[in-house]
Design a protein around this ligand. Structure first.
Ligand code: NCD
Length: 313
């Protein structure tokens, strides 16, 4: 794999390899601390971010690579002067060996790949995809259930613009006997193309209108934030789905609660101490899965070109 811009471009075997490497890194991250010495990786973020950018930057530094970064490229980089994304990529690739980018347009990562000569990682593209979030989500699912096949997962909130939900759905399609219960905020239902994607991959999709329609023993609840910044209809009446200690009682002791974060009010803080709340750990897994992804792409791209045999891992 040269780039990672969509969850639909990865295979189950490639995921297995990344997750196995993630396990090893998590056990002993110091061991990997010099592997990318001499490389420079850039992070180009045109949209706000805390977890994604900082975990990527930590991953880059923990692998020993140098880092160049724009945290608010929409305002502080030449985009503000009218430079096209393509030209920005053409320039930044001359300064770095890989580009990690987040952009407000759904097709930004695809456009970047067309002009880039270095690997591109999509760290979120508009209301489209967020494939590296799906990597850490799936890794967390695997960690808690020991497997990914045969699971039932409910995805709540903004299924229309929620890019993390979109990429997660695509990755889940690689596994067997998966049931997805969608419980969208009214007006933010999953779009037809994703419903068809699920159907074509034999994943059962059941749309629910209340929490009570989700089975008691669902394996995971994946709550999401309403992407208010992306709403076309600014007057849409949003009736938030709020999870709290009281209504979460209806789920089993083995139903784990996930969220890509940031949360606003959709998970009450009274659930933070619940053993089933795993969203902070989920976010921390982002560091290790991103280290594994960067190593995998860098190895695939550079090992056969230059510095052959120099790095073995
Ligand atoms: C998400 C995103 O940016 O899409 N956050 C993240 O990367 N963990 C979710 C969100 O903003 O709601």
């Amino acid at each position: 794999m040269k780039n990672f811009i969509s969850a639909s471009q990865i295979s189950r075997t490639e995921l297995d390899d990344i997750f196995n490497l993630t396990d090893k890194i998590k056990k002993n991250k110091k061991k990997y601390s010099n592997l990318l010495k001499g490389y420079v990786i850039s992070t180009l973020f045109f949209e706000p971010s805390t977890r994604t950018r900082l975990s990527f930057e930590s991953a880059i530094l923990r692998l020993g690579a140098g880092l160049i970064s724009t945290e608010n490229a929409r305002e502080n980089a030449s985009a503000k002067k009218g430079e096209s994304l393509e030209d920005t990529i053409r320039i930044v690739q001359g300064y770095s060996d890989m580009i990690v980018m987040r952009h407000f347009d759904n097709d930004a990562a695809e456009r970047a790949v067309k002009v880039a000569k270095v690997p591109i990682i999509n760290a979120g593209s508009g209301g489209g995809e967020h494939p590296t979030q799906a990597l850490l989500d799936l890794y967390t699912i695997r960690q808690y259930k020991g497997k990914i096949d045969n699971i039932k997962i409910a995805i709540l909130g903004d299924l229309k613009y929620g890019r993390t939900a979109h990429s997660l759905i695509k990755l889940l399609c690689l596994y067997n006997n998966i049931t997805v219960y969608g419980f969208p905020v009214h007006g933010l239902e999953l779009q037809e193309n994703y419903k068809n994607f699920l159907k074509n991959n034999n994943v059962t999709y059941i749309e629910c209108k209340s929490l009570n329609e989700i089975p008691y023993d669902v394996d995971f609840i994946y709550q999401t934030r309403v992407q208010k910044e992306r709403l076309e209809d600014k007057n849409l009446e949003i009736e938030d789905i709020i999870l709290n200690k009281e209504n979460f009682k209806r789920f089993s002791e083995k139903t784990f609660l996930m969220h890509p974060l940031p949360r606003v009010n959709e998970i009450s803080t009274d659930l933070d101490d619940d053993n089933r709340s795993i969203f902070f750990e989920q976010a921390h897994n982002g560091l290790y899965t991103r280290m594994a992804l960067i190593l995998t792409l860098m190895k695939d791209f550079y090992n056969n070109k230059w510095r052959k045999n120099e790095r073995a891992y």
